[in-house]
Design a protein around this ligand. Structure first.
Ligand code: TXA
Ligand code: MG
Length: 318
């Protein structure tokens, strides 16, 4: 496994070819790093599951270079979903749509639908375009962490998570720290009204405003399986406890306006909600790198990314 920090055009060509040849390529997106494989290659996709230690019935998101590829993977696309795609792609949003024949059971976990996303990150977009120009159809990519662990937002975190499980022909492409820092909003578009299955940077308010109707977020009533919907997920090794001040020797994450309790290890002091989301996973990881046993986090208040942060942290503290 090779980590490539200077991602030139030549590197993109090499990485796209590696994907085409059935190898794994971890790459940056604006949300978190993904662990990519050719979404039509069952063997390559199978390796994603073994590298992550993820149960085989959990579906994967297929990443495509633009909305123009949507009809390859999905059929019977509702008008509101096209509207969402036109407005928010490339961007931190995954649409769950009725699958085409291209989306096999090994991608969808045996479900009749498929998750699609166009990421908004230059390395990711260049890789996807180059892969498509080699005849590729799409790149399956879950977050590049071991199952149940914290998603990586740096290439170092990718290698810490899965480096030991990768083999010499696999690649890790570096693209700096992810801008958004929490995973994409997942929107179920298989009914007449969309439902948010996982909150993210594309918020309920943004979706409602664009499509002009009230929508649901009731994850529990959704028949769709999503591993991020398990009660426990996104967990560091340290125990995460919410809305309690840290004691001496414990980790502490809170907005910059909240003082560090005496003797606590301050892991992040974000000035606003965007910074909170961007810095959160690396802060949790730093707590683990320091071998802390507990991390206390004061949840931020407000709108926007707050829902996504609270969703992930309630699962990491479960
Ligand atoms: O921001 C993101 O979405 C990142 C980057 C790499 O794109 N990817 C990501 O993938 O978070 P993953 O696999 O770690 O989380 C995707 C979630 C999982 O809980 C999966 O079960 C769910 O999306 N999912 C994928 N396809 C689905 C489908 N067809 N139906 C329902 N849930 C689906
Ligand atoms: Mg994940």
């Amino acid at each position: 496994m090779e980590i490539i920090t200077n991602v030139t055009e030549g590197v993109i060509k090499k990485a796209a070819k590696a994907l085409k040849d059935g190898h794994l390529v971890a790459f940056p997106t604006e949300t978190v790093y993904g662990l990519g494989a050719d979404a039509t290659n069952e063997m390559a996709v199978g390796r994603i599951y073994s590298v992550k230690g993820r149960p085989a019935d959990h579906p994967l998101i297929v990443h495509i270079s633009s909305i123009n590829q949507i009809n390859k993977w999905a059929v019977d696309i509702p008008e509101y979903a096209l509207k969402l795609a036109r407005d928010f792609w490339p961007g931190p949003m995954t649409l769950i749509l009725k699958r085409s024949e291209l989306a096999k059971n090994f991608i969808t976990g045996g479900q009749d639908n498929v998750g699609l996303r166009v990421p908004n990150q230059p390395v990711a977009l260049a890789l996807l375009s180059e892969f498509e120009s080699l005849g590729g159809q799409g790149v399956a990519a879950p977050s590049a962490n071991r199952f149940g662990a914290v998603s990586p937002t740096t290439s170092l975190a990718v290698s810490e998570e899965v480096g030991n499980h990768l083999v010499p022909n696999d690649l890790i492409l570096s693209g700096g720290r992810c801008n958004i820092g929490v995973e994409s909003t997942i929107i179920d578009c298989t009914s007449s009204i969309p439902t948010i299955l996982r909150p993210g940077a594309i918020t309920l308010e943004m979706v409602e405003k664009l499509i002009g109707t009230k929508i649901g977020t009731n994850v529990l009533t959704s028949p769709i399986k999503a591993s991020g919907l398990l009660a426990k997920h996104y967990s560091p090794k340290a125990k995460v406890i919410l809305n309690v001040l840290a004691k001496s020797g414990e980790g502490f994450i809170a907005m910059a306006s909240i003082q560090t309790p005496t003797g606590a290890h301050r892991l992040a002091s974000p000035a606003n909600i965007q910074e909170f989301a961007r810095d959160l996973y690396e802060a949790l990881r730093n707590g683990d790198r320091m071998n802390l046993s507990e991390i206390k986090i004061i949840l931020p208040e407000g709108v926007g990314l707050v829902d996504a942060i609270n969703d992930r942290l309630s699962k990491s503290s479960f």
